[in-house]
Design a protein around this ligand. Sequence first.
Ligand code: MRU
Length: 355
Amino acid sequence: MSGCQIDPDTIRPIRFFNGTCQMLDQRLLPTEEVWHNYSDYREVAEAIRTMVVRGAPAIGVAAAIGAWFGARDIETESSEQFFAEFEKICALLAATRPTAVNLCWALERMKRFAAANLDRSVMELKIGLEFEALAITQEDEQLCIKLGRQGQSLIPDGARVLTHCNAGALATAGYGTALGVIRAAVAAGKKITVIADETRPFLQGSRLTAWELQKDNIPVTLICDNMAGYLMSLGEIDCVIVGADRIAANGDVANKIGTYTVAVLAKEHNIPFYVAAPLSTIDLSLADGSQIPIEERAAREVTHLKDVQLAPAGVSVRNPAFDVTPHRLVAAIITERGVVRDDYRQGLAGLAAKS
Ligand code: MRU
């Protein structure tokens, strides 16, 4: 572990250094900017589980890097034995968080690469997996930029845009999905104000979204989660844009807990509710959102704020980390390959099939 200052120009939660990677500890933002060094896949798995790194695309990137580190340490000359060990490493990384499908998507891609190259030496496989992990990282930022361009025309000049959780640079390799669309709208010369839900209990909105938008000089106003409906009723929200952790084939969207509430409120007030996500977030193997596994996290995240106790000891707690928004509440899904509306089943399958 080591501490150092963040690069002031570009927000990227993961960076490479001499065959190791460094991750910005997102549990400590916005008050402390601390980077930790990682070179062991078990430590990367723990960083994903404890949310040092979080956000669907970012945990996919982190898992790919973890898989590369694990591969590097496998001691065998046999490609078949290497692959058997590599699968175990990927299984451990995949078990860290269940909802965001990007995690499994990235690990499957790493395994596919290894499986397709078993005729090569173990050394060549290790080098190839390093390149694959770096490619996943670089492609993620590039596709966020494309996704931003695809979606920015949906955001009118002067819009006051509500977002929930953090689907920004911190949740990806860089630039962000929902916040990427906002960044692209700002880059196109539009005057945009973001309203950030604080996003209890982990506070991704107040700690992370407010932090990264302030760094980019994009105007942001923080609200508590229970204020969104009132602001909508006052006509102070023009559209909503959020990210996603997994989108089923019919367009049902799993995202941070509270997203469903915002979508219902938006429908009631005739406010468009947009979802921005890369194709790696779309899980065509699931017919609808009822099949998406929803992570339940520790009760302590609800009963405590760091070490401050907010609830009586022993109280019964539910802490689902995500919810599912039915596709009928979603005005459009924005991907790097295009925007889908209405017939999500056909539209999403069509985009996934495009090369
Ligand atoms: O629990 P988290 O912080 O990993 O949840 C993050 C979200 O729900 C994001 O909205 C989602 O992953 C999209 S990030 C581009």
